[in-house]
Ligand binder design. Sequence first.
Ligand code: NAD
Ligand code: ZN
Length: 345
Amino acid sequence: METIVIEGQNGNSTIIVDERIEEVAKYLPKKKLFIITDKNVENHYATVFPEAPFFSINPGEASKQLGYIESIYRWLLENNAHRNSFILGIGGGVVCDIAGFVASTYMRGVEFGFVSTSLLSQVDASVGGKNGVDLDGYKNIIGTINQPRFVLCDPRLLKTLPHEELVNGFAEMVKHALISDVKLFEHLEYDCNDLLQLNQRILSSHIAESIRIKARVVTADERESGIRKLLNFGHTWGHAVETLTGISHGKAVSIGMEFACRLSMKKGLISNREYLRVINLLQSFGLPTCMNIEPNKVFNVLEKDKKRNANSIDFVLLRGIGVPKIETMDFEELKKFVQNNNDET
Ligand code: NAD
Ligand code: ZN
């Protein structure tokens, strides 16, 4: 078991890796408890939930709508939740985002924690204190930055996670290695098969490593004014691909990472060999590195990115595996690159 601490402006968050869900009661304060979960997680694990009333959302992003979340506030009110209650989210990134948002806003904020049940949520969504919900198709447009008191990551729970969802998490793990640690990248190359087979010891160690990277970045820059931007590696192009095609987040980010590496290679920042190593690792995890879509169409979506500047956009590139570089890319230059490099992304 390992613990990693994030020091946030509104308090610390302790992430506990390789602890069993059955032990969660140890981490709960002596407060009235309310659980938020989703129907899949409920079906698999309700028998090991701590004793408390729970609200089970329909699984998936559609439940992250601000309108839907009103029903959770009403449920809390009807069940006499008060300022001194504690909200526990048990689920993937959707549940953690909702639970964190509801807890941060109900009665101006009650304490909360997570049992993170998907790989993406263990290594990414439940780490860092961002709690966002969607409005009118805009993802995470309403939200708070507020750290959970604790996050429990039990890798055994991943045995019931659909493979497609597991792969989404691997994309973020590769991203964390690429932006900060060549040794970890080598370990991923070496351990890829064991990770895909859910070898619990190796999985735990990689989850902890990956969380440590995100925790370090977030502790240095909780509000994304500087180095937190590095976490956008692969996401700038990836989000545009996701919006355009509706493919899963991890797959889109994988395509985005290929794009960022190709751009880095074109700029002479990384070698062809390094580029191919990244592609190989992504493909070994079953992630796509190209897709049959018109790159110009992706570019048109990218131009509408909410994080753009007037005539440019900040791109995270690589100067080497594990060595990121934020580069402000002029839209004109980017357009030329997109048009001159392959017909499909
Ligand atoms: P998710 O919560 O929808 O979970 C994916 C699917 O797996 C769901 O159907 C869920 O019911 C199921 N599931 C979860 N755990 C399971 C388990 N142990 N066994 C069986 N089924 C299980 O999606 P996700 O990929 O975990 O998270 C994506 C969400 O996270 C998005 O809404 C995204 O915006 C958000 N996110 C937030 C942050 C942040 O910093 N707050 C960062 C990244 C992503
Ligand atoms: Zn992501």
